[in-house]
Design a protein around this ligand. Structure first.
Ligand code: FES
Length: 268
């Protein structure tokens, strides 16, 4: 088992306060709150943001990049877009000196066994919805040929695709596309910034241009979300082609989510 390593003098860290320390090559955020010290990895589990640069409020640190919050005592993820805990480490204060012992994932109560520290609502959302599965089974080529690969499209999709093409209708169609990690649709997540139309060259159909963002620049689900977005909008008979533009300005933040998305994720 790793040893406790002296990292600071207690008087060096104001209360409340935080400092970045290095322990055996790992960057650790050390907190001093209410007379006690806490240490967690200086890594946001959403997309690697530096937690120590965030705002500290009581026992909560907010990632400065997209706002995920973590409990500094346990490393538990408290809010979106992070759903996994960051690693918490053992801290000892003796004779005015603060020492940290690094833990490994799953090594004990403060070593953050992942399942127990994932927010309950996020953990409960553990399977893709039926709507997503339905959305994945219908494709249409750009010449308008509809291919039903496994099953008929759901009734509500059929009724949507027969309605007049509009921005509202495209957004309704896009509610069938769900983030594969969060299981919330991309419209309610606030990922769709703009929908516009241009006549196709032969003027019989529409080119649909969608400005869309991601919850982080390196979102691993990006290619899938783009493909699903194109496929779902292409099911409308008046659509000739769909172009998806990924925009990162303004950056996505959790406050772009609708109340429905917040309810699904257990954020209040
Ligand atoms: S990197 Fe921390 S919330 Fe996105």
């Amino acid at each position: 088992m790793p040893e406790f390593i002296h990292v600071a003098d207690a008087d060096d860290v104001p209360d409340p306060g935080k400092v970045l320390i290095e322990v055996e090559g790992e960057m650790i955020a050390l907190f001093h709150v209410g007379g006690s010290f806490y240490a967690i990895d200086d890594v946001c589990t959403h997309d690697g943001g530096p937690l120590v640069d965030g705002e500290l409020q009581d026992y909560t640190i907010a990632c400065p990049r997209h706002g995920a919050k973590f409990d500094i005592r346990t490393g538990a993820a408290l809010s979106m877009p992070a759903i996994r805990p960051t690693l918490a480490h053992d801290v000892r204060v003796e004779n005015g000196g603060v020492s940290v012992r690094l833990r490994e994932t799953g090594s004990g109560p403060s070593g953050n066994p992942a399942p127990s520290t994932v927010p309950a609502a996020a953990a409960a959302l553990s399977a893709p919805s039926q709507t997503t599965q339905k959305a994945d089974v219908t494709t249409k080529s750009h010449d308008g040929t509809v291919t039903d690969t496994t099953d008929s499209p759901p009734a509500d999709t059929q009724s949507l695709t027969s309605q007049t093409l509009s921005e509202d209708l495209v957004r309704e169609l896009l509610k069938q596309v769900k983030d594969p990690e969060l299981f919330v649709n991309i419209v309610d997540l606030g990922l769709i910034y703009d929908v516009s139309f241009n006549p196709a060259p032969d003027n019989s159909k529409q080119l649909v241009l969608i400005d869309m963002t991601m919850t982080s620049p390196a979102c691993p689900a990006g290619p899938q979300l783009i493909a699903d977005t194109k496929r779902v909008v292409n099911t409308h008979e008046d659509v000739a082609e769909v172009e998806v533009r990924i925009v990162m300005e303004p950056p996505w933040t959790p406050d772009r989510m609708t109340d429905d998305a917040r309810d699904q994720l257990g954020i209040f």
